[in-house]
Design a binder for this molecule. Structure first.
Ligand code: CO
Length: 270
């Protein structure tokens, strides 16, 4: 089904590029949902952008006194949110250009698995509260090879939750597909990325057992995005060439925001 690129990704009349595309085709119905927190309500978002920061700051101030917003189906079609503090966890999502997003991520040792159970649960809480569908440990300042995702992006669909420790890609499709991605560490931004159509993965569960799984389509895209985080690779590193210039302004804003108010950059104690 064809889907519109957000307005801010559409080519500007002043810099119209012959290969720019207004639409991308998606083979998967789930692309109508939030995409790693991808903002589908682009027009409203663009209008709100100027006030978004002050709103987010106020929301953060309120968050300690109010419960986190519940994730629900309708919310998945909204833009990603900064939930501020999320009830049940002290984890916060680090934004670009926080250095821990680029830091090496250590393999998880067996003896660490018990302590990672609560970490994984809290990562899912933060992910749902942010209306995302995937989160990697370095995004919450934990430089370990751990990722969580739920392709439904819905806490009620908890059976879809995937928690992977030390994942390894053992096979990948030659064919690849381009689609739009966003990332909770890059709020209010999106761009096209080429990914393998499927990947076969080996990983460890939190109970210490290893397993193999093949992800296709939507899940394969989410997995590859989160797996990249474990190697310090961010989706801006893989943007389709035509989208590079389109995200420069937003990247500049993120750099300015970080400079003005950097996160502390300490990994939470496990
Ligand atoms: Co991401």
């Amino acid at each position: 089904m064809p889907l519109r690129l957000p307005a801010f990704l559409a080519p500007s009349p002043l810099v119209l590029h012959p290969h720019s595309r207004h639409t991308v085709s998606s083979p998967h119905p789930h692309t109508s949902r939030a995409f790693f927190g991808f903002p589908w309500r682009a027009r409203r978002r663009a209008a709100a952008r100027s006030t978004a920061l002050s709103v987010l700051r106020r929301a953060e101030a309120r968050a300690s006194a109010e419960p986190a917003p519940a994730a629900h189906a309708e919310a998945q079609e909204e833009e990603e949110v900064d939930p501020g503090a999320v009830e049940g966890t002290s984890l916060r999502i680090l934004r670009y250009p926080h250095p821990l997003l680029r830091a090496p991520n250590a393999p998880v040792a067996d003896e660490e698995l018990p302590s990672l159970r609560s970490v994984a649960r809290e990562m899912l809480l933060v992910m749902y509260a942010s209306r995302g569908v995937g989160l990697a440990a370095p995004q919450v300042g934990i430089n370990k090879r751990l990722m969580v995702f739920n392709a439904e992006g819905d806490q009620k669909a908890w059976l879809q939750e995937v928690v992977m420790v030390n994942p390894v890609i053992v096979a990948r499709s030659k064919p690849s597909v381009v689609d739009v991605e966003g990332c909770l560490s890059f709020p209010l931004m999106a761009g096209q990325v080429r990914r393998h159509e499927w990947v076969k993965v080996e990983a460890t569960r939190l109970n210490g057992k290893t397993f193999k799984v093949k992800f296709e389509g939507w899940k394969a895209r989410i997995f590859q995005h989160e797996f990249d985080h474990l190697d310090g690779v961010l989706y801006i590193d893989r943007l389709e060439e035509e989208d590079g210039p389109k995200v420069q302004a937003r990247l500049g804003e993120l750099l300015d925001e970080y400079e003005a108010a950097p996160f502390e950059g300490k990994a939470p104690a496990l």
